[in-house]
Design a protein around this ligand. Sequence first.
Ligand SMILES: [Zn+2]
Length: 405
Amino acid sequence: MLLPMLAILCALAAEPEAPPAPYETRELQLQLKVRGEQDMRDWLAEKLRARRLKLVKPGPEGPERIKLRDLPLEAVAAGLHAVFFELRDVENDAMMQLSDDGPMLPVSVIWRGRELLVTVGEPWQAPDPGDLTPDVMRERYGVGELREAGSTWNPRSLQLLDLALSRLRDEELAVMRILAFDRKPAAKPEYEERLGTAQQGRLAAIYAQEEGEGRIEVYDGAFGAYTHFVGEPEDPQPMSLMILLHELGHAVSEQLEIELFQAMRDLAEVHNDRGEKLEKRVVDRDGRARRLDGKTLAEIDAELDRESEVIAGMRAMLDRLSERRERGSAVASAFAAVDGVRPPTWYAATSEAELFAESFALYHADRAALERASPAAVAWFDAGEHRALLREDLTLLAEARALLD
Ligand SMILES: [Zn+2]
């Protein structure tokens, strides 16, 4: 009666928010050597004039005019990148570093209409990775196993996973109690093939369901150089946060399917087993083939009635589980149906599942950016709509599990 589970694959390339080539620090350093600082400034000035663009920065009353000479060179380079690649209506958050040992400066550039809005943060340093262990993480968040296959959960990767999980709410974490986290060097070729040649070798992480198990595979590419950041320039967060939250978003919308399937399978087994036994007992009772074990017939009939009621209750729960499973992922489709929800990134436009995963990740990593791109999404998450759907499923699961005890 139960169908085998199909594998669901969702993946994210290492640079989800940058459709043109990601900013190459080395390339920039080379440009600087060749052109020199003044030439870089003149180059941007010329491009701004050609496009009749005003250079602005955020002010208390809205964007304020700024002079090109007041911008640090890192911001000039980030502005050039945005104008050069025609990144209109795209938020380009780059972590700029002009020499290998120089400071990293977060710069956000948004080209909207006739304005190039440039926001510069304070020099940034990667925080100390600390000494987290997989056991601490499991205890802290109640998630499934953290496994290692060719790559390790070292303190830095754990620090970033900790950062991602720390942003989640109770219901979101509750769906991850049997979700496994695997560290591997890279995706297997089969996964890369499924996702098209354009992304080969660039997969950062995936969420997969296979053989009745849900897992997030995190590859070495998820912890690459800090060329981009998420969040505001005043509080920049590594792209790894976005990558991990994206896959956690897939888990939020898909992972309970596994538990629902398992509960249904276990319950069906117990239901069928008890049903068979009951049938035998009814036959025994009618045929008076057995002794009554000191009980009266009335007592035995009452017992059989009670057992038949329990079995009917299980049957009803199986119907509810089956009906729930037929509806598929409730969260992602409910989200896609919300009026006014727009894809906040190009990748979010590729499917309903990616629309949810990208919006979910941005909501937790860069709420302000989601607010700018898709205010209806922020309102939906703020209202706790997805958490209400998760609670419904978690309650259903708890009721199903209670019948098995
Ligand atoms: Zn995805």
